[in-house]
Ligand binder design. Structure first.
Ligand code: A2P
Length: 316
């Protein structure tokens, strides 16, 4: 299945292009190459600091007649400094201006973490604001207004645990359409995926390839490398696919969407072709055993300057 249907009938292409870590000077070419290859879903965020270059690439693709706006699914994310309801729409307006779009297909709360307005990252404990002070439900009303204003078609969240999502579901008018979380064979999160399915929330898996290029500060020396897992390699050899394709096909087989990042045209093509890779039930059962609860994006960063957040609290 290369599309899935959301609650209002909109179709989301299940394999999208991730743009976290795609550097300025590279991301525009990657987006153009991806769209030319057939990608129709681009995952963005204000904090990736590359939306203006993506916007130029999208405009070039539209002008060249390669694709039309309505053929694309574009997601972006509200940064942690703009959770106050009055800051949400201005943040979306900036993203829309950078991306040169009139609307997004999805706008997500990037993290259940709140920092002082105007900051990219906290420098001291007092830069972090407790969710008790600025609740997610208040931020959500700001997102709902963006839908009412026609500036985004769907709203959702990212990095939300079952309990945080349940809290929001209890309080909100308009249900979150999407929860975007880290998902791969080393972090399968079955409970979260099942909870989302039961509540009509679509799950998008980020870092589906294990995010090997993330900043050194977010890495550990001895971390397991997902793309080199022998069990994945064995399945890849058997089904005639690459390890990356097996990882992506596994995410698609679970009914989640996947957003692998690449700036390399050959790997962009390889990843897109994963929609044609079929895994057997036996393969899925072998992969189920690889789960080790391993987060590559572990949330420790938000605790590192001190203040009210802990990684355990974020994921609880
Ligand atoms: P590159 O951008 O040079 O292709 P994730 O999506 O989990 O964050 O992983 C992104 C990392 O995986 C990047 O380092 C990216 O490098 C690399 N990558 C993307 N596609 C493939 C692939 N098919 N095989 C191997 N590495 C890949």
């Amino acid at each position: 299945m290369d599309h899935l249907e959301l609650q209002n009938g909109d179709a989301m292409p299940t394999l999208g292009l991730g743009t976290w870590k795609s550097a300025p000077g590279e991301v525009g070419a990657a987006v153009k190459a991806a769209i030319s290859l057939g990608y129709r879903h681009i995952d963005c965020a204000a904090i990736y600091a590359n939306e203006a270059e993506i916007g130029q690439a999208l405009a070039d693709c539209f002008a060249a007649g390669i694709v039309t706006r309505d053929q694309l699914w574009i997601t972006s994310k509200l940064w942690n400094d703009s959770h106050a309801p009055e800051h949400v729409m201005p943040a979306l307006d900036k993203t829309l201006a950078d991306l040169r779009l009139d609307y997004l297909d999805a706008y997500l709360i990037h993290w259940p973490v709140c920092i002082a307005h105007g900051l990219l990252y906290p420098r001291q404990p007092s830069d972090l604001i407790r969710l008790e002070e600025l609740p997610i439900a208040a931020t959500w009303t700001g997102l709902e207004r963006c839908v009412d204003a026609g500036k985004c078609r769907h709203i959702g969240v990212s990095n939300f645990s079952v309990s945080k999502l349940a809290g929001l579901l209890d309080e909100c008018e308009r249900k979150p359409a999407i929860n975007q979380v880290e998902l791969h064979p080393y972090l399968q999160q079955d409970g979260l995926v099942e909870f989302c399915a039961a509540n009509g929330v679509h799950v998008t898996g980020y870092s589906p390839l294990g995010s090997l290029d993330r900043p050194a500060a977010l890495k550990q020396d001895d971390e397991p490398i997902l793309l080199r897992d022998p069990g994945i390699a064995e399945i890849a050899a058997r089904v005639g696919a690459t390890p990356a394709q097996v990882l992506l096909a596994w995410g698609l087989a679970r009914g989640t969407s996947v957003i692998p990042k690449s700036v390399n045209p050959a790997r962009l093509a390889e990843n897109l072709a994963a929609v044609q890779v079929a895994l057997s039930d036996d393969d899925i059962q072998v992969i189920a055993k690889l789960d080790r609860g391993r987060r590559y994006v572990d949330g420790e960063y938000w605790a590192s300057v001190g203040g009210p957040y802990t990684a355990a609290g974020i994921w609880s």
